[in-house]
Ligand binder design. Structure first.
Ligand SMILES: Nc1ncnc2c1ncn2[C@@H]1O[C@H](COP(=O)(O)OP(=O)(O)OP(=O)(O)O)[C@@H](O)[C@H]1O
Length: 879
C-alpha cells in the first residue's frame, strides 16, 4: 500500500485500519521535509494512488502498481501513465521525491540503482522545468547534484535507443576529466534506458571517435574543441540534436572557447532545448545570449551562502619561498594520514616540481595538468581515486566538476586570482553532505585577492590575534601566520633534498620562472582590495589557531622579538649615525627636525588615528576579533617619515600636508549616510555579481556599456573578403595580425558560413574511411551525418555523406561511377568468409570431423550395445 493511504472503500480488516491510523499519527509528527522523502518508495517501485486504481477498476484497493511499462511498451501507454502519476502528485503537493517527477520506469530504476533516495534542492527545482521543455539557466553550489539535473530529463526526453539518424542530445564540458565523469554518470543513471553515448574528447584518437559516431549514438558528450574538429572533418550537421547541455557554462563561455562554441551552436537546429549549469553563474542572462536561449528560466540557489556549511577554510599567511615547507608540514602533520588531498598550483611546472619534491620526502603523490598526455592523466587520476597516493597536485584544470569520492582536503598552494575559481577549487570537498577542509597559503602579494574573495563571498575575514593563544573559537575562516619553527623544520629537510638532487634544483628554477610569468599574467585584484591590503597590518598578525600545539611561550616570545625587529624604526637618520653633534650632516638634520616639528607631530597624530580607525573597522570584508596589541618599538620611535623629510629638504615634490582637522571632520560628516534617504549607486550584490561575470574585466555596468556599443566596423568587416580584412600591427610580433589580435592564420569556411582555423580540416575522416573501407552510402544509411558533406579545401564533395547533389570532383569521370567501397552487406559477407577461413586454418574442420566420428561411434554403441556388429541397410544409413 502506498505510504499513508487510507484503505479504499470496501470491506476493511480492523488490523489494516489500525495500521493506517498508526501511520497517520506518525506522519502528523513528521516535518514537511520527511514527508517529501516518504513519497519515494524505498524499494524503488512506483506506487500509485489507491483511489485512482479503484476508479480504473484494474487493481484491488490500495494495491501498488507493480512497475511502469518498460521501454518495449508503446510510448502512448507510457506517457499516459506518466501523466496520471504527475496529475496525482500535483494533487498531493507535499510529495517532492523523484517519483513525483513522473520519470519512466527505466529512468527511475537508474536513479534507485545509483542510490539517490531524495532529490537535492536544485534537482527538485530544475528537473520539472526541464521536463516541461523549457530552456533553463541554473546555478547551485558545488557538489549539489547538478549533473543529475540535466541527465535525468535528458533520458526522459530521449526515452530509448532510436533508429533515427544522428545524436539527439549533446553535452558540452570544458575539460576532458569532467566529460569522462559525465559519461560515467550517464552510464550509471541511464543504465536501463539502453541509450548509446559517444565520448568525443581532445587527446583521444580521432579514428576511434569517427567509429563511435558511425555507431549512431543517441548522446554525444564532448569537449568543444574536439567536437568542432570531428564535426568539420565528418561534416556532422548535428541537425537531429534536440537537447543541448552546457555544463560549467560560465567556463565554456569565458574566452578561449568562443570560436568553437559559435561553430557548434551554428550547426544546431532551431527549436532545440538548451540548459546551462554551473556553480557560478551571473544573473545577467545577456552574457549567455550566444547560447541561443529561448525564454530561459533562471534558477539560482545558494546565491548568498556560496560556500558549503560543511566546509572549513583556513588561510595561512606565508612567504612565497616558504610555501613548499608549509605544504609539506600540512600534508605530514596537519591532515590525517588516511586523508586524501588535492593541491592546486599555478602552473604545470609547479606541479612537476612539487611532485618530485614531495616524493623525495616520502609523501606519495601524483599530478595532473592539461599538457600531460591524456593516458597519463587518466592513470594519475585513477591512482589517486583508488587511494594509491594521498595527494594529487593539479592545475586549475581539475578545479571544476571533478567528483572524487572520499576527498577530505583541498590545499590552495597558489591563491586563486578570482573568487569563483576559489569556489570551484574548494568545491571538490564537502560534496553531497560530506565535510571537508580547504587550506589556502597566502603570500603577502596575494592578500588583495583574499580580500577580493571575501568581498565576493560577502563574508568577513577574521584575523588571528597577535601573540596570543587562540580562544578556541575555531580555525574556520581565520587568516593567521605559520610559526617560524614549522617553516624552519621543514625547510631544513627540503634544503638537503635539493642539494642532493640536480634534477630537483633545475625543476625548482623552472617553477620559479613560471611563478614570475604567472604573476605577470594573472588578473589584477580590484583597486579597493589593493588599498585595503595596504592598510592591513599583516606584520602584526597572530599565529593561526591551526598550530595551537606550537603556542609555547618560547614561540610567542620569539614572534614578539621578530615583530619588534621588523617594525623597528631608528630615531635618527642615516646622516646622524656615527656622526658627532658638530658634524654638518647631523646639524642639518637636527635643524630640519626642529623646523618641521609641527608637521612631524601632526603626521604622527594622523598615523595613530589611522591605526585606531583600522582597529575599530568591522567592515564586510575585514574584521579583527579583538583590538590589536600595540606593536613593540612602534610607540615612541617618533615614526618620522624619512622620505618626507628628505623630499622637503631637497626641495623636491612637496608632500601634501595632512588635512586640516576641521576639513577632516567635514569630510567624515559628509560620509555619514542618512539611511532613510540613502540610495546606493551600486546594487548590494555588486561585488558578488562582478565575481560571477563571464566577461571578466570590469563590472556588470562596464560590460553592459561595452555591449551597447554600435560596432559599425564589425558589420563592415563581415562584408570584406579575408584578404581585405583590417589588420593591425603587433609591436611584439613585429608583423600584422588579425582584428582580434590573433595572428591571421589560414582559415576555412564551414557549413555554417563561419571561418575557423584550417587546422580543423585535415581530411583525417576520409583517410579513416578509406582504411575502414566504408562506403559513403553506409554513412548515409547509418544516418550519422547530414546529407551535405564536409567542406573540402578544393570545394570537392564526395558521395555518401557528401550528398549526390554536389558537383563531381575536378578530373573525375562524368556520370555515376560504381563505388569501389563495399556496402554493409558486402562487409558482413566478407567478415563471415574471413571467419570461416580462420576456422579452417585453425584445423577446425579436422576437429569437427573427429568430433562427428566420435559422436557416430557413441550413437552406434548406444543403439546396438557395446561391440555390436555394424548393421547394414536402412538403420546404418539413418545413423
Ligand atoms: N539526489 C541525490 N542523492 C544523493 N546523492 C546525490 C544526489 N544527487 C547527486 N548526488 C551525488 O552528489 C555528488 C555531487 O554531484 P555532482 O557531481 O552532480 O555535483 P555538481 O553540483 O555537478 O558539482 P560541481 O559543481 O562541482 O560540478 C555526486 O557524488 C552524486 O552522485
Amino acid at each position: 500500500m502506498a505510504a499513508g493511504k487510507r484503505p479504499a472503500a470496501g470491506p476493511r480488516s480492523p488490523a489494516a485500519m489500525a495500521q493506517w491510523r498508526k501511520k497517520k499519527g506518525l506522519r502528523k509528527r513528521r516535518g514537511a521535509a520527511s514527508q517529501a522523502r516518504d513519497s519515494d518508495s524505498e524499494d524503488g517501485d512506483f506506487e500509485i494512488q489507491a483511489e485512482d486504481d479503484a476508479r480504473a477498476g484494474k487493481l484491488g484497493p490500495g494495491r501498488p502498481l507493480p512497475t511502469f511499462p518498460t521501454s518495449e511498451c508503446t510510448s502512448d501507454v507510457e506517457s499516459d501513465t506518466r501523466e496520471m502519476v504527475r496529475a496525482q502528485n500535483k494533487k498531493k503537493k507535499k510529495s517532492g521525491g523523484f517519483q513525483s517527477m513522473g520519470f519512466s520506469y527505466p529512468v527511475f530504476r537508474g536513479i534507485m540503482k545509483k542510490g539517490y533516495k531524495v532529490p537535492t534542492p536544485i534537482q527538485r527545482k530544475t528537473i520539472p522545468v526541464i521536463l516541461d521543455g523549457k530552456d533553463v539557466v541554473a546555478m547551485a553550489r558545488t557538489g549539489s547534484g547538478k549533473t543529475a539535473c540535466f541527465l535525468l530529463p535528458m533520458f526522459e526526453r530521449l526515452k530509448t535507443r532510436s533508429a533515427q539518424s544522428g545524436a539527439r542530445a549533446l553535452v558540452l564540458s570544458p575539460t576532458r576529466e569532467l566529460a569522462l565523469q559525465t559519461m560515467k554518470f550517464t552510464k550509471e543513471l541511464g543504465k536501463f534506458t539502453g541509450l548509446k553515448t559517444a565520448l568525443i574528447l581532445g587527446g583521444d584518437k580521432m579514428e576511434d571517435q569517427f567509429a563511435a559516431l558511425h555507431e549512431n549514438p543517441d548522446i554525444i558528450i564532448a569537449t568543444p574543441g574536439r567536437l568542432v574538429h570531428v564535426a568539420v572533418e565528418m561534416g556532422l550537421k548535428l541537425q537531429s540534436v534536440e537537447y543541448v547541455v552546457f555544463d560549467e557554462a560560465d567556463r565554456l563561455f569565458e574566452m578561449g572557447f568562443a570560436e568553437q562554441l559559435q561553430e557548434i551552436i551554428g550547426r544546431l537546429p532551431g527549436g532545440h532545448q538548451t540548459v546551462l549549469f554551473s556553480a557560478t553563474l551571473p544573473k545577467l542572462l545577456v552574457e549567455f545570449a550566444r547560447a541561443g536561449l529561448t525564454e530561459p528560466v533562471l534558477i539560482r540557489l545558494d546565491v548568498d551562502a556560496k560556500l558549503n556549511e560543511q566546509l572549513k577554510t583556513s588561510f595561512l599567511l606565508v612567504r612565497e619561498d616558504a610555501k613548499a615547507a608549509v605544504l609539506l608540514h600540512l600534508l605530514r602533520s596537519v591532515v590525517r594520514p588516511q586523508d586524501q588531498t588535492v593541491v592546486f598550483v599555478a602552473t604545470k611546472h609547479h606541479a612537476e616540481y612539487l611532485t618530485e619534491l614531495l616524493a623525495a620526502q616520502q609523501v606519495s603523490c601524483a599530478h595532473i595538468y592539461s599538457a600531460l598526455d591524456q593516458t597519463a592523466r587518466k592513470i594519475n587520476l585513477a591512482k589517486f581515486t583508488h587511494g594509491k597516493c594521498s595527494a594529487l597536485i593539479v592545475t586549475d584544470l581539475a578545479a571544476r566538476g571533478l567528483d572524487i569520492p572520499l576527498l577530505d582536503n583541498v590545499i590552495n598552494y597558489s591563491f586563486p586570482a578570482k573568487g569563483k575559481l576559489f569556489l570551484h577549487r574548494v568545491g571538490r570537498v564537502a560534496r553531497a553532505g560530506r565535510s571537508g577542509t580547504a587550506y589556502s597559503l597566502v603570500a603577502p602579494d596575494e592578500v588583495p585577492y583574499l580580500l577580493d574573495l571575501h568581498l565576493f563571498l560577502g563574508r568577513s575575514l577574521t584575523l588571528a590575534r597577535p601573540h596570543e593563544e587562540p580562544s578556541g573559537a575555531g580555525t574556520d575562516g581565520v587568516l593567521g601566520r605559520v610559526p617560524q619553527s614549522v617553516v624552519d623544520d621543514e625547510d631544513c629537510g627540503l634544503r638537503s633534498t635539493l642539494e642532493a638532487s640536480l634534477e630537483l634544483r633545475s625543476l625548482g628554477r623552472v617553477a620559479d620562472n613560471a611563478q614570475q610569468q604567472y604573476m605577470r599574467s594573472r588578473p589584477a585584484p580590484s583597486p579597493e582590495s589593493i588599498k585595503r591590503a595596504k592598510e592591513l597590518d599583516v606584520a602584526g598578525l597572530g599565529l593561526h589557531p591551526l598550530f595551537s600545539s606550537r603556542f609555547e611561550e618560547g614561540e610567542l616570545r620569539r614572534l614578539r622579538l621578530v615583530d619588534g625587529i621588523r617594525s623597528y624604526r631608528a630615531r635618527s637618520t642615516i646622516f646622524e649615525i656615527n656622526a658627532s653633534s658638530r658634524d654638518l650632516s647631523s646639524q642639518v638634520m637636527r635643524a630640519k627636525r626642529q623646523k618641521d616639528r609641527k608637521a612631524i607631530a601632526s603626521f604622527q597624530q594622523g598615523r595613530k588615528e589611522q591605526q585606531e580607525r583600522q582597529k575599530a573597522l568591522a567592515g564586510p570584508s575585514l574584521r579583527c576579533p579583538a583590538p590589536q596589541e600595540e606593536q613593540p618599538g612602534k610607540e615612541e620611535d617618533g615614526g618620522e617619515n624619512v622620505e618626507l623629510v628628505f623630499t622637503e629638504v631637497s626641495g623636491q615634490k612637496r608632500q601634501r600636508p595632512p588635512p586640516h582637522r576641521g576639513a577632516k571632520r567635514r569630510r567624515e560628516e559628509a560620509q555619514q549616510r542618512d539611511q532613510e534617504f540613502y540610495v546606493p549607486y551600486r546594487p548590494k550584490d555588486f561585488d558578488s555579481e562582478r565575481g560571477l561575470s563571464v566577461g571578466g574585466v570590469g563590472g556588470a555596468f562596464e560590460q553592459q556599456v561595452a555591449g551597447a556599443v554600435l560596432d559599425l566596423m564589425g558589420d563592415e568587416a563581415q562584408n570584406l573578403t579575408r584578404g581585405q580584412q583590417q589588420l593591425k600591427w603587433d609591436r611584439k610580433k613585429k608583423r600584422f595580425v588579425g582584428q582580434s589580435g590573433q595572428e591571421d592564420k589560414k582559415k576555412i569556411k564551414t557549413e555554417s558560413g563561419r571561418y575557423i582555423s584550417s587546422s580543423y580540416k585535415r581530411d583525417l575522416y576520409q583517410k579513416w574511411k578509406q582504411k575502414q573501407k566504408i562506403d559513403d552510402r553506409d554513412s548515409e544509411e547509418e544516418g550519422t551525418f547530414d546529407r551535405r558533406g564536409p567542406p573540402r579545401r578544393g570545394g570537392k564533395r564526395g558521395r555518401g555523406p557528401a550528398g549526390a547533389s554536389q558537383p563531381p570532383a575536378p578530373g573525375a569521370p562524368a556520370g555515376r561511377v560504381r563505388s569501389e567501397l563495399k556496402t554493409k552487406q558486402q562487409i558482413l559477407k566478407q567478415r563471415r568468409r574471413a571467419q570461416k577461413m580462420r576456422f579452417l586454418q585453425r584445423g577446425g574442420l579436422k576437429q569437427l570431423s573427429g568430433r562427428n566420428r566420435r559422436r557416430v561411434r557413441e550413437l552406434q554403441q548406444g543403439a546396438f550395445g557395446r561391440g555390436a556388429p555394424s548393421r547394414k541397410g536402412k538403420m546404418r544409413k539413418r545413423m
